[in-house]
Design a protein around this ligand. Structure first.
Ligand code: COA
Length: 587
């Protein structure tokens, strides 16, 4: 296919838009982005860029007629062919559909009703709407967009060939209301409660009340029979125990862990932040028993953010440490928990330690919501909380960097951003699958300088010039690009289950490799040589000096950017490094 000029029009540069951006560029197309701010702005972008076609991966408003009537505009809809409406995935999860899909259709005067250019389907998984969106929907959307492009003939308003459509198409489904999502504590069993919360996660959550106080519920996990019998009794709806970030709430015949909530502020002027449930209800949670669970456990039905297991023959054992922190954000508390887990792992007789981050995000760095919450806490401040959090995550990176008696591997099941990328690079090896997108830069968060030893970790993989290009470029990188640049060492199977099996097999082979002792000796020598050249403490001090200015200095950019980010404030303009059409040199 000849290279096309493609304008991506999106409400925000979200994960799906980023993935299409990197995939379409890799196919040789010239791709520019315009955020959907106002119709005249979109019209201006089209005039400036003169695209062959527009693709809208994530929109909350209609494309103006002045645009769709003159150019082919393809909309990515997270639903099967014929399905229409703004809550497609919410309904699919709530109704427990077995199969679902993605449709690429042409924009016209009616919502989601234009001609279908391509479809792709997937088997539903018991997961949150956001998780399905980030994995299955994104994978299918990339395939369907590429298929739709193969049907595009410049100047022709319809597809060159029609896709085969399913025999049982979807239908119009209205915006889902909180009344559709409401949990009925008197009748809903755990499976129903989980389905309702998952259908609303990450946005808007299920409006409910805990301890009689209104809040929205997110991040729900099934409670095991063991946890339920260890917890104090209580009627359905009561909150009876806590674990890590979560509160255990009884349901009819069972219970669910509620990991995160958005609690209404004390007054209308204080907007609600999504926080760990035990933090949002700190005083109430403190009165509940903590149901601790061993880090190393066989029981897979026993939920916690952290889990450690081992496998492999004696003398060649592999440690497998999972830290699945909601949205990949790592608060000071979570950094401390991870350090304890690393300390435990360090005491085990293993040759390889695999660090398996979250199922959807490996890690996205310091916890910006927690930091924002500190601004509202008497005696605390966002700057102080940022300082505590960056030091805590640096400590995690340091523990990894100084773990020289075994090989460490970061296994990326999901995307990584900002400090989360550099945390992965603190491991000896980085393994990912080719659906992963990395954002190894901080600058988008109000010119944040960043820490996590990135000034040591990035140049050692890509050189000084490469590090400068990546951090100043502020672009997402596909796993393939990151692999070519040397940021990812191995690209494994894209399918989640196959990926994990491959990581296990590769880690076991690494632990049993005849040259493992030599590898470890090389690792130790390199660390010593690097330390002699410039101590890790010096990198950290230099980075933190810059971060101190970001947090406590005169320029409030980081605080403003964080505030906008956590409260999901709409963008006022498209960043120039993404909007090629607004850069004269690129046009
Ligand atoms: N702290 C707290 N929450 C975070 C977070 C962080 N560092 N990074 C992401 N999140 C949350 C978002 O608020 C969002 O929450 P939601 O469930 O209410 O929607 C969710 O994770 C998904 O984030 P989103 O931005 O929608 O994901 P994306 O895939 O479109 O973009 C990133 C991924 C990494 C580019 C983007 O999330 C980002 O820029 N994060 C901040 C990274 C950062 O600057 N960290 C601090 C410096 S170390």
């Amino acid at each position: 296919m000849r290279p096309l000029r493609i304008l991506l029009l999106a409400h925000s540069f979200n994960s799906l838009t980023q993935r299409l951006f990197v995939e379409l560029r890799a196919l040789g197309h010239t791709v520019s982005l315009e955020l959907d701010i106002a119709d005249p702005v979109t019209e201006e972008a089209v005039t400036l860029f003169e695209p062959d076609l527009l693709i809208a991966p994530f929109l909350k408003r209609r494309i103006p007629e002045s645009v769709w009537s003159r150019r082919v505009c393809l909309v990515v809809h997270p639903g099967i062919a014929g399905d229409r409406g703004p809550s497609a995935l919410d309904w699919a999860v709530l109704r427990g559909e077995a199969q679902w899909g993605v449709t690429v259709l042409q924009a016209n005067g009616e919502f989601d009703a234009g001609e279908v250019w391509a479809t792709a389907s997937f088997t539903m998984r018991a997961a949150t709407k956001a998780s399905l969106y980030r994995r299955e929907v994104t994978r299918c959307a990339v395939a369907a967009v590429i298929e739709a492009l193969s049907r595009f003939v410049p100047g022709q308003p319809s597809p060159a060939a029609r896709p085969a459509l399913p025999a049982h198409p979807g239908r119009w489904q209205p915006l889902m209301q909180q009344s559709d999502r409401a949990v009925d504590v008197a009748t809903d069993d755990s499976a129903t409660v989980l389905r309702k919360i998952r259908a609303a996660d990450g946005f808007p959550g299920v409006a409910d009340a805990l301890f009689g106080l209104p809040c929205h519920l997110f991040d729900a996990h099934a409670a095991s029979a063991a946890a339920l019998s260890a917890a104090p009794p209580g009627p359905p709806g009561s909150v009876v125990a806590r674990r890590g970030p979560a509160l255990l709430r009884r349901t009819v015949g069972g219970g669910v862990w509620i990991g995160h909530v958005r609690r209404a502020g004390p007054d209308a002027r204080t907007p609600a932040l999504k926080l760990a449930a035990t933090l949002a209800f700190e005083a109430e949670a403190a009165a509940l028993p903590e149901l601790e669970v061993p880090l190393m456990r066989d029981a897979h039905d026993e939920w916690d953010e952290l889990h450690y297991r081992e496998f492999g023959a004696g003398g060649a054992r592999v440690g497998w440490l999972e830290f699945d922190f909601h949205n990949g954000a790592m608060s000071t508390r979570q950094c401390l928990r991870l350090r304890h887990a690393l300390r435990f792992a360090r005491g085990r007789d293993t040759r390889v330690l695999v660090l398996v981050g979250g199922a959807d995000f490996f890690c996205n760095g310091i916890h910006l919501h927690d930091i924002e919450a500190a601004a509202h806490r008497p005696g605390d401040s966002a700057a102080d909380a940022s300082w505590r959090n960056i030091n805590a995550i640096d400590d995690v990176a340091l523990d990894l960097l100084t773990l020289t008696d075994r090989i460490t591997v970061a296994a990326l099941r999901g995307n990584a951003g900002a400090g989360g990328c550099f945390l992965a690079l603190a491991a000896d090896q980085v393994w990912a699958h080719d659906g992963v997108v990395l954002n190894p830069h901080y600058k988008n968060m109000g010119n944040l300088y960043g820490s996590e030893y990135w000034t040591y970790l990035l140049p050692r993989r890509v050189g000084e010039a490469g590090a400068m290009a990546i951090t100043q470029g502020r672009l997402p990188l596909s796993a393939r690009q990151a692999n070519a640049l040397g940021l990812i060492d191995e690209l494994l199977a894209a399918d989640t289950t196959a990926f994990e099996l491959q990581v296990e097999a590769h880690a076991a082979a690494l632990a049993a490799a005849p040259d493992i002792a030599a590898r470890l000796a090389t690792k130790q020598q390199r660390r010593q040589a690097d330390e002699a050249m410039k101590p890790l403490a010096a990198y950290r001090e230099e980075e933190l000096q810059r971060m101190q200015r970001n947090f406590f200095g005169f320029d409030p950019s980081y605080h403003v950017a964080r505030h906008h980010f956590v409260y999901r404030k709409p963008q006022a303009w498209t960043p120039r490094h993404l909007a090629l059409h607004r850069d004269r040199a690129e046009r």
